[in-house]
Design a protein around this ligand. Structure first.
Ligand code: ADP
Ligand code: MG
Length: 382
């Protein structure tokens, strides 16, 4: 992939490019907790975005997406605004963020492509933003901290793609570490690497190939519902300034003032945070059945209380539950499609994968995607 992108860049721009890679991510457990001041447990994976860049001595930037077969030109003399070309907005948003931080850059050309399924919940969008922020800042010789890269990338997604995402995806893409998960406190941004013992089992993603693009509006809606819950509870319990101070007791105490929907959303967030904390403790004694049980519980909450699953995801998780070598499974990411994450024992893995595939095919008449992933380092120059 790297060589292909480099070659195409050279052919088109007759220059030697700087090469950058930024990974996508899995999230072992803890979904929809990041924007609720909670905890998450992501890890960077060996699929992501490769980008070739070089300065061009002009005031304009040519951005070329190989996977979309499109190019967009951006004039740096004008103020940077979102365009009608979706993928370009992630990069232009990053350019705008760099500018706002006073990190100026000259005209450049960029060619990029990826080996990460798009819109499957593996965060191809964050991989794209992080490749852009690392590449453009290095190109112009600007020293930029990891924290700044993460927040510029997140802001690009908020302001140029219109998704009010939390910090997890960009954090994982920049900070990933080989064979480690990261337990991130999304409020303080304190984090801890937790080694993954993957001798006897591994992570396999099953892709429903249901596009979650319709989920963006629902994602923002969940955010609002959580906010609404918190605001209501705070009237009785002023200490509950975020989900971190909120307790089950406070939630129960305010139950009558909340709609059933908002009550369910809030109880999911509290339970899921609790699961992330317990999961971190289980990780220390190795990945296995106990960890897997938390994954199943997480899925149940996401499906029934937070209502961000869909029938394809539910079927994959229900099928996984019946298979002994599958320690745990859950939908992952924003929801409404995308992948399930499965923790499967090496012994019996192939058979389990083919049984899962079969169940999906019988129910929906088409094949799911199957990706076995390794946990690798975060964004870097390659
Ligand atoms: P996810 O981050 O879960 O993969 P999103 O909907 O958040 O899904 O982001 C997908 C969007 O990111 C795509 O619609 C596209 O605009 C952009 N994108 C991601 N990967 C690529 C790629 N390889 N080439 C061009 N654009 C991409
Ligand atoms: Mg995304």
């Amino acid at each position: 992939m790297k060589d292909k992108i480099k070659r195409i860049f050279r052919e088109q721009f007759l220059k030697e490019p700087l090469m950058v890679f930024a990974p996508g991510r899995i999230n072992l457990i803890g979904d929809h907790t990041d924007y609720n001041s909670g905890f998450v447990l992501p890890a960077a994976i060996n699929r992501g975005i490769f980008m070739a860049l070089a300065e061009n001595g002009t005031d304009s930037c040519k951005l070329v997406s190989l996977d979309m077969g499109e190019a967009v030109e951006v004039n740096l003399k004008n103020s940077l605004r979102p365009t009608n070309t979706g993928w370009a907005n992630y990069i232009i948003g990053v350019m705008d963020g760099l500018r706002n931080q006073g990190l100026e850059f000259n005209g450049f050309d960029a060619v990029f492509g990826g080996n990460i399924p798009i819109g499957s919940g593996l965060s191809s969008s964050a991989a794209l933003e992080c490749a852009a922020v690392l590449g453009i800042s290095r190109l112009s010789g600007n020293e930029i901290s990891e924290n700044d890269m993460i927040s510029i990338a997140q802001k690009a997604e908020h302001e140029f793609a219109g998704v009010k995402c939390g910090i997890m995806d960009q954090f994982a893409s920049i900070m990933g570490k080989e064979d480690n998960a990261m337990r991130l406190d999304c409020r303080s941004l304190r984090y801890e690497y937790l080694p993954l013992d993957l001798k006897d089992c591994g992570f396999v993603l099953l892709d429903t190939k249901v596009s979650h693009s319709l989920g963006n509006s629902q994602y923002n809606k969940r955010r609002e519902e959580c906010c609404e819950g918190l605001n209501t509870i705070r009237k009785k319990h002023p200490k509950a300034s975020s989900f971190r101070e909120l307790t089950m007791e406070m939630l129960e105490d305010s139950k009558n003032e909340l709609t059933e929907k908002v009550y369910n959303r809030c109880s999911f967030v509290l339970e899921e945070n609790n699961r992330v904390i317990r999961a971190g403790a289980y990780l220390r004694s190795g990945l296995g059945k106990e960890f897997g049980q938390l994954m199943y519980a997480s899925h149940e909450g996401l499906s029934n209380l937070y209502e961000v699953s869909c029938c394809e995801l539910d079927l994959l998780v229900e099928s996984a539950r019946r298979l002994k070598p599958v320690y745990g499974a859950r939908m992952m990411g924003g929801g409404f499609g995308g992948c399930t994450l499965n923790l499967i024992a090496n012994k019996g893995k192939e058979k389990s994968i083919s049984q899962l595939r079969q169940s999906f095919e019988t129910a929906f008449g088409r094949k799911p995607g199957v990706y076995e992933v390794n946990v690798i380092d975060g964004a870097r120059i390659i």
